[in-house]
Design a protein around this ligand. Structure first.
Ligand SMILES: Nc1ncnc2c1ncn2[C@@H]1O[C@H](COP(=O)(O)OP(=O)(O)OP(=O)(O)O)[C@@H](O)[C@H]1O
Ligand SMILES: [Mg+2]
Length: 233
């Protein structure tokens, strides 16, 4: 029983744009990448936040797949697990999570020492690091701005995975530091009120919502899929 659960988890964490690049879902993610590229003039989108209103809507799935696709098209990309409460990026990329964002923000390690390689030369990962008692406080520390400034020297695009907007303030803090925010909406789960409330909170933190990803969990004969809408409306 336990083994079955583990297997299901592993399957669920597969990076679909890598394992099934020709699938319908991967095609939708490439569409999202194109739309994000068109959403802002060249060079202005250096930091991208992927978030959603509620837990489990597909933030981590979306941010990981987008990071992989942006790297595949030649951008130098760093994916940062900004969810220091329920981190999952290290599972997706099969990394250990002993050193990561929380260590950098508390100045225990340098950002360069927190980088992890992937199978793509121009995609690196910073995992969450050990779960700290005060994630929101860490995200507002000056070390966060220092880290972003340093990374901008090396990378074309910094992508943040994050906790849900309606649960904690972390996403609002990250949105304020990001050039663009993508809001993931789960077709089956996200109610309109939650989506609008999340949008309101993000805009209150001066987020620039560049689009939404509609993630549809409905498993109709395995036809779960993603769609992308180009506006934040
Ligand atoms: N379109 C989809 N079809 C099937 N499974 C999906 C889809 N999108 C995400 N999942 C799975 O649903 C689970 C939740 O997704 P994910 O971790 O991306 O959500 P999240 O918004 O990051 O959640 P959390 O709020 O807990 O961080 C994962 O196991 C993921 O693999
Ligand atoms: Mg997540």
């Amino acid at each position: 029983m336990a083994k079955k659960t583990k297997n299901l988890k592993e399957i669920a964490r597969k990076l679909i744009v890598k394992t099934s690049p020709k699938s319908f879902v991967s095609e939708q993610f490439r569409g999202a990448r194109t739309n994000i590229n068109f959403s802002m003039p060249d060079g202005e989108l250096k930091t991208l936040l992927v978030t959603s209103s509620l837990p489990g809507e597909g933030k981590s799935t979306t941010s990981a797949n987008l990071a992989y696709l942006f790297a595949q098209e030649g951008k130098r990309v760093i994916l940062i697990d900004g969810d220091m409460r329920k981190p999952t990026v290290h599972y997706t990329f099969h990394l250990t999570n002993t050193i990561g964002l929380s260590n950098v923000l508390t100045k225990k390690v340098s950002v360069m020492d927190a980088l992890n390689e992937t199978d793509l030369e121009n995609l690196q990962i910073i995992t969450s690091g050990p779960i700290p008692p005060n994630p929101a406080e860490l995200l507002t520390a000056s070390s966060m701005d220092d880290m972003i400034t340093t990374l901008k020297e090396t990378y074309d695009l910094i992508i943040f995975d994050a906790p849900p907007v309606l649960s904690v303030t972390d996403s609002q803090i990250l949105a304020n530091k990001s050039d663009g925010t993508v809001l993931v909406i789960s077709a089956g789960d996200t109610d309109k009120v939650s989506a609008l409330k999340a949008k309101e909170l993000l805009l209150a933190s001066k987020a620039k919502i560049i689009g939404t990803v509609l993630n549809n969990f409905k498993l109709e004969k395995d036809h779960h899929y993603y769609q992308y809408y180009g506006t934040g409306e």
